[in-house]
Design a protein around this ligand. Structure first.
Ligand SMILES: [Zn+2]
Length: 507
């Protein structure tokens, strides 16, 4: 298929133009952008579309999402991460979700992503209580069918969750502790076998799906698993995607478990490199930040999730100045509670303005768009493949209507995209040279049928799930106690608004 978009307003996000728009034709041949420039010749058999009223920009890259949470959007409020996880990732009593529900749940995430302009995502599939290849298969089938570019992980955790929480052994009663440790986690070898099988089955499928390596967190896996997973990630050149220092409790965890910061711990294991993406990266010390910059690591910044769970505010400017690659993520659909990337883009641009009165250090619209496109692509090991409208790049892009409410009247295009646009102006979304959304609807699936079936199955599932939540409330008082204990710790890192002497610049 060859398509020539005539006279579009191009926001290329390439090295030359970055977020400076210009008028040009864009030629798409098969799955790639072939040429960008004025008055391009029409190749034989090409479809020519007048794009005079269109902005064309690279599709947004969601650098961190968990499809597991898709059934829990709008379900929880006013809980910090560790107390929220008791409900959204329960320790006791949970049975695996049916493969059909996993498939529909995946379509829901894909639908919300594509319709809001995200053409690529990294789904850290934390399937609870444990992940089978059949469940992972349902995730890959979902993303394959809906047409999005997806990087999906296996659920890599090989310590009982309770043993990743500081002070748990002192605070929890023995019987509850024993129950929480009851389910044997997989061994390192079992995880490696699972990942090798998943790489063989899925990595590269349909020219847009990848299996990626994502040990859940340095407090949730053993050393040997971390080292072996990193080797596997190097062999297959996938991202090495890890939750690091999302909360103050995790900062305390580093000190309690390893006597150092969690970044220092990862560094000692030799697993920090330019393949590493740290999800969140909030409670970092200055030297952690410098080290991440040195190795060329990425941070997937999730501003909405961090606000919702009261986790704190990542040090955007310090990270950028240190040379850390910044990418943007929605995080899971329960801590956000959606996968809409235009919301994330706007939040990222706004949030850091309140952390520093020095207004010249605030993120610019262009920088935020860079993080949402090129930064995300680099984090996903897709640099040079996606994230720009330029020859040789995959044809993953969004067309927006310049005559829409959001673009009327038109001032600065980048600022409109960051501060005004909510996805309403999107007329088409293309992935891998194929239109996948037109006029607000996904083209490759029957949206209404998916939503109808999902509503029925989700209602049954959530009815059973409510009993699981009740069962896991047994942990709540002890987790609340641990939370308060960590909250009172003095770490010399200020990333938290509204807490004791911790407001940046407000102490
Ligand atoms: Zn996460």
């Amino acid at each position: 298929m060859t398509t020539l978009f005539r006279n579009a307003l191009v926001l290329a996000m390439d090295d030359e133009h970055r977020a400076e728009p210009f008028r040009a034709d864009v030629l798409v041949v098969a799955d790639r952008i072939d040429a960008v420039g004025p008055a391009l010749e029409v190749p034989d058999g090409a479809t020519v579309l007048d794009a005079t009223d269109r902005v064309i920009m690279p599709g947004l890259v969601n650098a961190h999402v968990h499809s597991w949470e898709a059934l829990f959007k709008g379900r929880y409020d006013n809980l910090p991460l560790e107390l929220w996880m008791l409900l959204s990732y329960p320790i006791l009593g949970l049975e695996p979700m049916s493969e059909r529900l996993v498939y529909l749940r995946t379509l829901l995430v894909g639908m919300e992503s594509l319709r809001n302009g995200a053409t690529c995502l990294l789904d850290d599939v934390i399937e609870s209580p444990t992940q089978s290849l059949a469940a992972l298969d349902a995730v890959f089938r979902g993303y394959e069918d809906i047409g999005i570019r997806a990087n999906c992980s296996g659920n890599i955790v090989n310590r009982p969750y309770i043993d990743s929480i500081p002070f748990a052994a002192e605070v929890l009663p023995a019987d509850l502790l024993a129950k929480a440790r009851d389910r044997r986690p997989r061994s390192t070898d079992e995880y490696l076998d699972f990942s090798r099988e998943a790489l063989a089955r899925y990595d590269g499928r349909a020219g847009r799906l990848r299996y990626v390596i994502a040990p859940s967190g340095p407090q949730r896996c053993t050393d040997d698993l971390f080292v072996a997973a990193n080797e596997l990630s190097a062999q297959h050149d996938t991202t090495f995607h890890v939750h690091v220092l999302e909360t103050k409790m995790q900062a305390v965890t580093g000190r309690e478990f390893y006597g150092c910061t969690l970044v220092e711990y990862l560094d000692r294991l030799g697993v920090l490199s330019d393949r590493a993406t740290l999800a969140h990266g909030i409670w970092l010390t200055d030297s952690d930040i410098a080290r991440l910059g040195e190795v060329g690591a990425s941070v997937a910044h999730n501003p909405i999730s961090n606000l919702k769970l009261g986790s704190g505010i990542a040090a955007w400017r310090a990270l950028a100045d240190a040379g850390v690659n910044l990418a943007l993520g929605s995080d899971g659909l329960s801590s956000n509670d959606s996968a809409r990337m235009f919301d994330v883009v706007k939040s990222a641009a706004l949030l850091h303005k309140v952390t520093n009165p020095e207004y010249r250090s605030w993120p610019t619209a262009a920088e935020v768009l860079w993080a949402a496109t090129r930064g995300g692509a680099r984090s996903a090991r897709l640099a040079g493949e996606v994230g720009a409208i330029a020859p040789g790049y995959k044809a993953d892009f969004v067309l927006l209507d310049l005559r829409s409410l959001n673009f009327t009247p038109l001032n600065d295009v980048a600022s409109h995209l960051v501060y005004v646009e909510n996805g309403d102006s999107i007329t088409e979304v293309w992935v891998n040279g194929q239109p996948v959304v037109r006029d607000g609807r996904c083209l490759l699936i029957d949206e209404q049928a998916v939503l109808d079936e999902l509503r029925g199955l989700a209602a049954e599932y959530l009815e059973r799930y409510a009993k699981i939540e009740e069962l896991n409330q047994a942990f709540e008082p002890y987790f609340a106690e641990i939370y308060q204990r960590c909250r009172a710790e003095r770490l010399g890192i200020n990333r938290y608004s509204g807490d004791e002497a911790a407001w940046v610049g407000g102490a």
